[in-house]
Design a binder for this molecule. Structure first.
Ligand SMILES: N=c1c2ncn([C@@H]3O[C@H](COP(=O)(O)OP(=O)(O)OP(=O)(O)O)[C@@H](O)[C@H]3O)c2ncn1[C@@H]1O[C@H](COP(=O)(O)O)[C@@H](O)[C@H]1O
Length: 106
């Protein structure tokens, strides 16, 4: 899944804001923010468990679930994918270890 696939999926999910929750799972989730948070947490834990198991095929599938539910959360909070891409780009070229050291120095 490329960044453009995520952008395309995001547009589809955004278009479900006014859809019928009886026919769109996304619309159903968008009506219940607690459920979005619960599903995102569950899918994250399921992905983490597959990391421990070392099952790469299941981790691929769980990764898709995590990304789908994360994108639904962005739609719910009005976050555009570009905001996240920019946050990632701003971190490029800086090691996570250096970033952590700079926080400890504050
Ligand atoms: N990528 C996904 C996607 N990934 C996972 N899911 C759904 O997420 C749900 C949660 O997975 P679980 O295994 O936890 O299922 P569950 O236990 O039945 O879920 P709950 O009872 O807890 O709600 C399942 O119903 C999956 O079908 C998705 N539903 C939709 N999409 C995409 O979103 C588009 C729009 O979907 P609709 O909004 O349904 O039209 C689709 O065309 C897809 O591209």
């Amino acid at each position: 899944m490329s960044q453009s696939t995520l952008d395309d999926l995001f547009r589809i999910l955004e278009s479900r804001k006014d859809a019928d929750p009886a026919v769109s799972y996304t619309a159903k989730l968008l009506g219940d923010r607690k459920k979005i948070a619960k599903k995102l947490g569950e899918e994250g834990v399921e992905a983490a468990l597959e990391v421990l198991q070392g099952d790469r095929d299941k981790l691929v599938s769980e990764s898709a679930d995590v990304l789908y539910h994360l994108l639904v959360a962005w739609v719910a909070l009005g976050i555009q994918p570009d905001e996240v891409w920019q946050a990632l780009e701003a971190r490029m070229g800086r090691s996570g270890i250096d970033e952590k050291k700079s926080r400890k120095a504050e």
